[in-house]
Design a protein around this ligand. Structure first.
Ligand code: NAD
Length: 363
């Protein structure tokens, strides 16, 4: 199979859908990999890195799309890329079609087989989303500690404290992938960490992982109010699958925080859990202040660390892509339920129940 890797064209997107190591895996299995010139540069991979791994460097995006049986990307195709769609093309990328009816229709009209990273589902987990949650969770603690510095407008505290000075307090609401990874880094920084979750079993698992390095609290408005008031750094990490994030932290709770404290709401991509956050921020202008609290609400946090994110993402996408290229898409899907759940569009139909329902297609 010929596998094509175009350069990402979304603003500030520096990730790429394959690393040189990934190229080697395809080439060793007898496939051809076309990489658009400079596609990896934002993630620190040069054209030479790719050609040394066995890829063919192609000058123009249109040729990558036209010559490939399967195109792998990171972000959903933008309008200018719809012209490259054609019957029989396999597209493997993040798609988020429920939020994008125009892209959905374009894929249907052109007969593309579209497989979305975010709907590949294994035992009720989303293995191709997990690495980005790991990155964002770890970043949340790191970024929060940075904005607590006076030079960044924060209280001017060091999360670890020093001998004779108390440690900073980190409250994490939501103890899933983001929350656990935020806790790992916050504990590593020496902070006094509290994690709240609605799920008592999840808190038991966290207790097993961290022992007495963290406190766990069941999530309810009373405990949230207490933990928010105490927090120097508050991290939002809640997810209710398929739903908007609930506003668990009210404006009144935010007002009880010490001036110069920091909120990093990682759940902002689902609307956020903090009432005082009314907009998404960007890496160029990541924070705003309300009630003397620094609010950080960047929806694509992994974009700030494209090299780590690219490697983490491709570690998990390439094995699935290899199944598709080795067996052909029909056999790969029929033999693997996990991958099958990733298929959003095939033969001109929406094949994913939730997307069909959201966008009003027959299923
Ligand atoms: P997850 O499913 O692993 O964890 C979510 C946790 O929230 C679960 O443990 C669940 O029990 C808990 N929860 C649900 N309702 C709760 C409540 N009322 N109180 C406390 N906890 C509650 O999800 P995840 O992978 O950790 O993702 C968390 C959020 O981070 C999602 O919205 C995800 O899209 C987002 N995210 C954002 C970025 C970014 O760049 N901003 C990057 C990756 C992920």
């Amino acid at each position: 199979m010929i596998v094509g890797i175009p350069r990402e064209i979304k603003n500030n997107e520096n990730r790429v859908a394959i690393t040189p190591a990934g190229v080697t895996s395809f080439v060793d299995s007898g496939h051809t990999v076309l990489v658009e010139k400079e596609a990896g540069i934002g993630s620190g991979f040069t054209n030479e890195d790719y050609s040394n791994a066995g890829a063919i460097i192609v000058e123009l995006a249109k040729d990558v799309w036209a010559q490939s049986d399967m195109v792998m990307k990171v972000k959903e195709p933008l309008r200018s890329e719809y012209d490259y769609f054609r019957e029989g093309l396999i597209l493997f990328t993040y798609l988020h079609l429920a939020a994008d009816p125009k892209l959905t229709q374009a894929l249907i009209d052109k007969g593309v087989t579209a497989i979305a990273y975010e709907t590949v589902e294994l035992n009720n987990t989303l293995p191709l989303l997990t690495p980005m949650s790991e990155v964002a969770g770890r970043m949340a603690a790191q970024i929060g500690s940075q904005f607590l510095q006076k030079s960044h407008g924060g209280q001017g505290i060091l999360l670890s404290g020093v001998p004779g000075v108390s440690r900073g307090k980190v409250t994490i609401i939501g103890g899933g992938i983001v929350g656990t990874n935020a806790a790992k880094i916050a504990v590593g920084l020496g902070a006094d960490v509290t994690v709240l979750d609605l799920n008592a079993n999840r808190l038991r698992q966290l207790d097993d992982i961290f022992g007495n390095q963290i406190k766990t609290l069941i999530s309810n408005p009373y405990n949230i109010a207490d933990a928010v008031k105490d927090a120097d750094l508050l991290i939002g990490a809640v997810l209710i699958p398929g739903a908007k994030a609930p506003k668990l932290v009210t404006e009144d709770m935010v007002k009880t925080m010490k001036p110069g404290s920091v909120i990093v709401d990682v759940a902002i991509d689902q609307g956020g859990i903090v009432e005082t956050i009314d907009h998404v921020t960007t890496h160029d202008n990541p924070t705003f202040e309300k009630h003397n609290i620094i609010h950080y609400s960047v929806a694509n946090m992994p974009g700030a660390v494209p090299r780590t994110s690219t490697i983490a993402l491709t570690n998990v996408t390439v094995p699935y892509a290899l199944q598709i290229s080795n067996k052909g898409v029909c056999k790969a899907i029929s033999e693997n339920e996990v991958l099958k759940r990733g298929v959003n569009i095939a033969k001109g139909y929406v094949t994913h129940k939730a997307i069909a329902k959201d966008l009003g297609y027959n299923y």
